[in-house]
Design a protein around this ligand. Structure first.
Ligand SMILES: NC(=O)c1ccc[n+]([C@@H]2O[C@H](COP(=O)([O-])OP(=O)(O)OC[C@H]3O[C@@H](n4cnc5c(N)ncnc54)[C@H](O)[C@@H]3O)[C@@H](O)[C@H]2O)c1
Length: 658
């Protein structure tokens, strides 16, 4: 059977042979035992509803085994045998170009080179799912292959509920992930509903078919490091950034440090991960002793080198040793996995990596004590450096939260706030999001690297043209992204689909998208999918991350994210998504996004102008109402450009009256 025929077939009516559990693949860990005996029966009944009754007797044993062994029913037997990757769009069967583009994006999220646990349909972040099981994948691809532009597919947490009649301008797919009644949004509620097969954790770009591999985090970290240096009014050249973690996301830090142009020291306790990052070229050098590290950093400072150095060992040793040796750290952060402190996210100082692994399994109480002791030492060493002028920020990894719980000296005088800001409070929020700058991305669905190269050129030309007349307030962001896009080909950032990311404001996103649409119309490039990370201006309500620089008391509300997805859907998005969870945990955030297919048509041109304008300005208006200065500036500017935009502006109150 050809690839096309397999897609069109959906769930096969003759059972495929049972599959071996492939040990060469990175698998999801066994999930927590959460269901009662009765609930297990319900989970099996739920899984079997995808299959004809004559297969139930055979499948029930297998699914029951999966549930016992892995805590979930993945339906491994139905995993297709064809290679999973974003094929050139013409290779997908179907009647709708938009639906074919969505298939391209789904397959990319499950590509072995891209996905973290491809057989469990997890793209990233440990539990960021595209689907809950393989039946959902097969059925969804079948629906997409048969739908027309007069239908919309509704996706309920990975489950394709079905095709409904709609119209050409409607989204082809509407995705909801993990939407639950708020009172049932504790982590164990997710465990249970996911085990029952009725809800899933879509993370951000996993369940919305918009992941583009590590490029997104490299770009975001580069922007953070560049703006971090700017915040302290220093040029990165010859100056020092100290951090830790070379894992999934944190591994982007040294590469970003190199692109930003500073000296990066990144500590990592795990020798295997350190070696892999070195082999991948994401770090330049590895040192294994603090003496060696001190010498190397001093020579790098003297020669103003751009270099990334991995210290194989504990980050606390680095902070303490640099204090003793009086090495000035300019920028400091941390990206150990402190959202998961007791199970390997944070390794305590003074204990070898092996001993720590042994202790966390066999003596978890002692391990917890050691972690907390280490966090207190960690924070004390940071405090000594900040007293000498280091700028330290929390990088969204719960460092300050866990350090405070451990009794470390990290609280501000009011005993409510932390002593140090988060990267969104100080950097990303006021310098980027408030002005509408956020992670705009696109994918060339032809799968041709030449197309990506052409779009890079188009984007850089558009931004350069815009920068000639852009106001001072946004010049810096424009220049950073021009530099980024010009270096993108050289930095070889593509993993999976032919994708690119940059930060642009509404005007930049619209102009770049329009230029792409014209190039498609002229036949210079194939169809392009536009999208963005959910970690953006408008799409995400997350009180400790994306909306942490909202100070009017509204940061625990989620109206913005919901307004965004509804607004995108009637302004021309090809697909929209809204998720509970993602980044910081189930129940902690509501985030959404979109995908939009450009096909060179006049309709696509109208859609992109209308939807992108809303998609960014929605968030700016909310940030402006919260009295954020940059956002007030940005929304006033948007109103000048578009007379149909009329936003309520805040009146500032004289503090002495309060
Ligand atoms: N700011 C952002 O945009 C952003 C984005 C993604 C992730 N995060 C957060 O950053 C954290 C890291 O994410 P990740 O995907 O890289 O996790 P990860 O678990 O893959 O990597 C963390 C690494 O830190 C190492 N480590 C732990 N303790 C150490 C210590 N004391 N000294 C030196 N090394 C140590 C671990 O060995 C591991 O390799 C998470 O908490 C995540 O939620 C933030």
């Amino acid at each position: 059977m050809t690839f096309q025929e397999q897609i069109q077939q959906g769930i096969p009516s003759i059972l495929p042979p049972k599959k071996q559990y492939d040990l060469d693949i990175n698998h999801a860990p066994k999930r927590k035992e959460i269901l009662s005996a009765e609930e297990k029966k319900l989970a099996l009944k739920n899984a079997l509803r995808y299959f004809e009754p004559q297969h139930h007797a055979e499948l029930i044993t297998e699914f029951s085994e999966e549930l016992e062994k892995y805590g979930r029913i993945y339906m491994y037997r139905f995993r297709p045998d064809y290679r999973m990757y974003a094929r050139p769009i013409d290779e997908y069967p179907g009647k709708s170009l938009q639906a074919k583009a969505i298939m391209h994006m789904i397959q990319n999220n499950l590509d072995y080179a891209v996905a973290q646990h491809p057989h469990e349909l997890i793209t990233y972040g440990g539990n960021g799912a595209v689907f809950q099981n393989w039946a959902q994948y097969l059925l969804t691809m079948q629906y997409l292959s048969e739908m027309t532009d007069e239908q919309t597919l509704t996706m309920y947490s990975g489950h394709p509920m079905g095709l409904f009649p709609s119209h050409k301008e409607a989204p082809r797919v509407v995705v909801t992930n993990g939407m639950v009644i708020p009172n049932y949004s504790k982590p164990d509620d997710w465990e249970k509903m996911n085990a029952l097969g009725v809800s899933q954790y879509g993370q951000m770009t996993a369940g919305s078919y918009m992941y583009i591999g590590p490029q997104g985090i490299v770009h975001g970290t580069t922007i953070t490091v560049l703006n971090g240096f700017r915040k302290i009014k220093l040029n990165p050249e010859g100056n020092l950034f100290v951090t830790s973690g070379l894992g999934g996301m944190s591994g982007a830090q040294p590469k970003a440090g190199n692109i930003a142009g500073c000296i990066t020291v990144c500590a990592e306790v795990n020798p295997k991960i350190t070696r892999i990052r070195h082999e991948q070229g994401w770090i330049n050098e590895i040192v294994t002793s603090t003496d060696e590290l001190v010498k190397r950093v001093l020579s790098a400072k003297a020669n103003k080198e751009v270099v990334s150095i991995a210290y194989l060992g504990n980050v606390v040793d680095v902070w303490e040793c640099f204090d003793k040796e009086n090495i000035k750290i300019d920028l400091g952060s941390d990206q150990t996995s402190l959202h998961n402190p007791w199970a390997g996210g944070y390794y305590p100082v003074g204990i070898s990596f092996e001993d720590a692994n042994e202790m966390m399994a066999n003596n978890p109480e002692l391990f917890k004590e050691k972690v907390q002791e280490s966090l207190r030492r960690h924070a004390a060493a940071i405090n000594k450096h900040t007293a000498k002028g280091t700028y330290f920020f929390d990088y969204g990894n719960a460092f300050l939260l866990e350090a405070s719980r451990a009794g470390a000296d990290v609280m501000a005088e009011n005993n409510i706030d932390f002593k140090y800001p988060s990267y969104v409070q100080d950097i990303m929020g006021p310098m980027c999001f408030d002005y509408g700058f956020g992670p705009f991305r696109w994918v060339c669905t032809s799968g041709k690297p030449e197309d990506l190269q052409k779009t890079d050129l188009i984007a850089s030309q558009v931004l350069e043209e815009m920068s000639k007349t852009a106001p001072n307030e946004i010049q810096q962001q424009m220049q950073d992204n021009i530099k980024w896009i010009k270096g993108a080909q050289e930095n070889k950032l593509v993993v999976g689909s032919q994708a690119r990311i940059l930060y642009a404001d509404a005007e930049g996103r619209i102009k770049i998208a329009e230029a792409f649409n014209q190039a498609i119309a002229k036949g210079e490039i194939g169809a392009v999918v536009l999208g963005r990370d959910h970690h953006d201006v408008s799409g995400t309500d997350s009180p400790y991350r994306e909306t942490s620089n909202i100070y009017d008391g509204s940061r625990f509300t989620a109206d913005m994210a919901i307004q965004n997805v509804i607004g995108d859907s009637f302004r021309g998005a090809t697909w929209v998504s809204i998720h509970n969870g993602g980044g910081v945990g189930w129940g902690e955030v509501i985030n959404g996004g979109f995908g939009m297919v450009l096909d060179g048509s006049k309709e696509a041109s109208n859609r992109l102008a209308s939807m992108l304008f809303w998609d960014v300005n929605n968030g700016i208006s909310r940030r402006s109402w919260a009295r954020n200065e940059g956002a007030v500036f940005a929304i006033k500017r948007a109103m000048e450009v578009q007379p149909l935009l009329k936003v309520t502006l805040p009146n500032m109150v004289d503090e002495s009256l309060l």
